[in-house]
Write a protein that binds this ligand. Structure first.
Ligand SMILES: Cc1cc2nc3c(=O)[nH]c(=O)nc-3n(C[C@H](O)[C@H](O)[C@H](O)COP(=O)(O)OP(=O)(O)OC[C@H]3O[C@@H](n4cnc5c(N)ncnc54)[C@H](O)[C@@H]3O)c2cc1C
Length: 479
């Protein structure tokens, strides 16, 4: 089954426990912090439900599901999946990092390489099929809270700072603690909880993975401040009002998890292998790169439009900067396509995007994104701050003539110019924009972590062979 937007919104009205700006949220679909993003995600579900968008497929079990749940078995499958993910990314201009396709990819990756989960293998299959066939929106929290990064989980000053097992019961487990950082969790249906940071012997109570519904008793969400709240119009803040996914600290106040929702239990090796031995991490990051590719195209579109509007695109120096943006965008797209083209197949027949290219670009992502934003900032200049404080000045009888007269470009009316420049500010300078820079830098781990993936996955046999071959072509001269 593929849900439509209305069904998705109804599924969120389940008395989940969220505290923001001093109050408990009654209904995320109408609360000003979450209404914008939940309705944006509802549009994604409507898109997928529309056959014209070709976003569904027939599963191995004969059901009809969203392609974001696909287990790709060929290069063609990867391309088909990419086109579906790209369609969703285009609808959010690449600014929704944790749209429903991200964790869907992880779940498909888990279920397609079951041996890692040992006795819990069937739970993984069952939940994957449930999520796929009920078209559930699953998000995840897989990072322990920032308390003391120099200590292992079991060495922290209190036992249940990261989420861990409090009690084992006949029918399931009870977990206590917290985990960061649930992007979109407030507007999703289920949460996948685990730990992707390396665990050490002694950390067994934290070596778990499981899923819980967002309204599970004892599960509490503490989101950061909302960037949508207080923004009166989409015209003034087009991104903040529509695409603020929210990021939440998740607190597990003795949450019961039935055994059928447990994927890994007190097993350090399986906690690690679920991400890296299965195709989960490559499929999830492939989705993230498809989204990033769209986001960068959108940003360079803004740069191109703004420079054309101001007439600066005629300057060779500006063309050079636009060329640099074009190179960055083409690099991301090229690496994405290369990872698909050079895909490999594991023993279960899963098509895995090639790690060399996938992690090669993931490892540079913080620099690429920061580079794009820096050039865009340079090209827009102070114009983004020459805008009126809100649309009111554009419609107020006392002020509208001044705005019309002085905020414009040659052949471009004031409304068109302000609309574009307000958008530019919301992607480079607003609080929403700042959060996005932090997101692209950290969503997949700190920069040293993602460059570690690039290092481990490059495959140095070719470079080493080249050097060896050359070194063996000459010798120490005879005395
Ligand atoms: C906007 C945003 C959204 C996110 N969404 C999600 C989500 O939906 N789900 C989820 O699970 N996570 C999410 N994350 C969390 C993300 O996965 C973490 O931010 C990331 O793993 C890095 O962990 P950290 O932030 O605790 O940084 P830390 O690990 O504390 O690192 C911060 C800095 O400290 C230094 N440092 C820390 N440890 C070491 C070390 N061992 N060696 C050397 N230097 C070190 C480095 O300079 C590093 O950059 C999100 C993060 C952001 C910013």
């Amino acid at each position: 089954m593929v849900r439509n937007g209305k069904q998705y919104l109804e599924s969120l009205q389940d008395d989940r426990c969220i505290y923001i700006h001093g109050e408990r949220v009654k209904d995320v679909t109408t609360h000003p912090a979450f209404a914008g993003i939940s309705h944006s995600f509802a549009k994604l579900y409507d898109m997928a439900a529309d056959p014209a968008n070709e976003m569904t497929y027939t599963t191995e079990d004969g059901t009809v599901a969203n392609k974001v749940f696909m287990m790709p078995r060929s290069r063609e499958d990867l391309a088909e999946r990419r086109r579906a993910i790209q369609r969703w990314a285009e609808a959010t201009c690449g600014f929704a990092g944790r749209s429903p396709d991200h964790v869907a990819a992880f779940l498909a990756g888990f279920s397609s390489y079951p041996e890692v989960f040992g006795e819990y293998e069937q739970n993984v299959h069952n939940f994957y099929k449930k999520a796929r066939d009920e078209d559930l929106f699953v998000t995840y929290v897989i990072i322990p809270p920032q308390v003391d990064r120099s200590k292992a989980a079991h060495e922290q000053e209190e036992k249940y700072l990261p989420v861990g097992v409090l009690e084992e019961r006949k029918d399931g487990i009870v977990v206590r603690g917290s985990q960061m950082l649930g992007t979109s969790a407030a507007v999703s249906n289920y949460l996948f909880v685990s730990c992707i940071t390396p665990l050490k012997p002694g950390d067994e109570d934290y070596a778990i993975s499981f899923v819980v519904p967002l309204n599970a008793p004892g599960l509490k969400l503490y989101p950061r401040p909302s960037y949508a709240m207080g923004k009166e119009s989409v015209f003034d803040y087009p991104m903040s009002t529509q695409f603020d996914e929210s990021d939440s600290l998740m607190v597990f106040d003795d949450v019961f998890v039935p055994w059928e929702h447990v994927f890994v239990y007190k097993n350090i090796e399986a906690t690690r292998d679920q991400f890296h031995k299965t195709p989960a991490h490559v499929l999830g990051n492939n989705q993230a790169q498809i989204r990033l590719c769209t986001k960068i195209k959108f940003l360079i579109g803004i740069a191109r439009k703004i420079t054309a509007m101001g007439g600066t695109d005629k300057f060779p120096q500006v063309q050079e900067r636009l060329g640099e943006l074009a190179s960055l965008a083409a690099t991301v797209e090229g690496m994405l396509l290369a990872s698909e083209y050079e895909c490999t197949f594991d023993k279960y027949g899963n098509a895995r995007p090639a790690s060399r290219f996938l992690y090669g670009i993931v490892g540079m992502q913080d620099q690429v994104y920061a580079g794009v934003i820096k050039i865009l900032r340079e090209l827009v200049g102070g114009g983004v701050l020459q805008m009126p404080s809100s649309y009111h000045e554009m419609v107020n009888e006392e002020t509208k003539d001044d705005i019309r007269q002085y905020i414009r470009a040659t052949g471009v009316d004031s409304e068109t110019k302000i609309k574009l420049f307000r958008l530019a500010w919301d992607v480079i300078g607003s609080e929403f924009a700042g959060r996005h820079q932090q997101y692209e830098m950290f969503y997949n781990g700190a920069p040293f972590v993602v460059r570690g993936h690039a290092f481990r996955n490059y495959g140095y046999h070719e470079p080493l062979e080249l050097v060896e071959r050359f070194l063996s072509s000459y010798e120490l001269p005879k005395a």
